[in-house]
Design a protein around this ligand. Structure first.
Ligand code: NDP
Length: 246
């Protein structure tokens, strides 16, 4: 039996891509999952699929830019399944483009979803984790923050802000209660390019994805690897990319 069995795992951005794959894998390994995103129809369909396979899942409409939505997600985990063991802060958008384009609205949107969204999750789950005496924050950052490429500066900055918060949180939490994991995927075949406004850039990222991206299930397995470790083992950082990505 997997050590994931019986855990309660909440996932933001679970309506597609990496979040959806993570929710499915966790449920297959015996976790009860609480799935959050804005597209309720997709969440309900996913929850139905998971339950049809014998898993446990509840859907919860969440806009991560709203602190109260994250509080509702965590509350849902506690009321439906008796607690929360893992929060996967995965919701994200990618409004990439050269800094000189001055897409200030796009920058703000990325800060709101990619950074504030994760902070709202931490704020909502922290009291529950502390009360329980255990809890695990997992976030999806990016290789875009490890190798900074043109057009990715602000997106990478949002991901590295989260990486920094996770490392700071780790250093503040050496009493053994909290575990933190930052997962940095490279190109993963998902709907993420839909959030790119510039049509040429969107096409070029989609082309790269079609050529060499890995499947979201690969990232889900990496997240499961971190989650399934015993409580005294913390996997701090995982980088996972296509073998051919430069
Ligand atoms: P998807 O576009 O498939 O998934 C993004 C998810 O985020 C969706 O479920 C979307 O749901 C959710 N989301 C977006 N905005 C909000 C919001 N305001 N509130 C709640 N949920 C929101 O792309 P990925 O699966 O690729 O993205 C998942 C994470 O992985 C992101 O953080 C992304 O930056 C990161 N990543 C992706 C890489 C890739 O190559 N695909 C590489 C590196 C990192 P909904 O629209 O229903 O709200």
């Amino acid at each position: 039996m997997s050590t994931i069995t019986g855990k309660v795992v909440a996932v933001t951005g679970a309506s597609s891509g990496i979040g959806e794959a993570t929710a499915r894998l966790m449920a297959r390994r015996g976790a009860a999952v609480v799935i959050g995103a804005r597209r309720e129809d997709r969440l309900e369909e996913l929850a139905r699929d998971i339950r049809a396979e014998g898993g446990r899942a509840v859907a919860c409409a969440v806009d991560v830019t709203r602190r109260e939505d994250l509080e509702r997600l965590v509350h849902r985990a506690v009321t439906a399944f008796g607690g929360l063991d893992v929060l996967v802060g995965n919701a994200g958008i990618s409004k990439i483009g050269p800094v000189a384009d001055l897409d200030v609205d796009g920058w703000s949107a990325m800060l709101d979803v990619n950074v504030r969204g994760v902070l709202h999750g931490i704020a909502a789950a922290m009291p529950v984790f502390r009360r329980q005496g255990r809890g695990h924050f997992v976030t999806t950052v990016s290789t875009a923050g490890l190798k900074i490429s043109p057009t990715m500066a602000v997106y990478a900055a949002t991901k590295n802000a989260v990486r920094t918060v996770m490392e700071g949180l780790r250093q503040e939490s050496t009493d053994g209660v909290l575990r933190t994991t930052s997962v940095s995927p490279g190109y993963v075949s998902t709907d993420l390019p839909d959030s790119i406004d510039d049509p040429d850039l969107r096409r070029s990222i989609r082309r790269n994805m079609a050529e060499f991206a890995i499947r979201p299930e690969a990232v889900a397995r990496a997240i499961a690897f971190a989650v399934e470790q015993p409580d005294d083992v913390e996997i701090g950082d995982i980088t996972i990319r296509p073998t051919v990505q430069d």
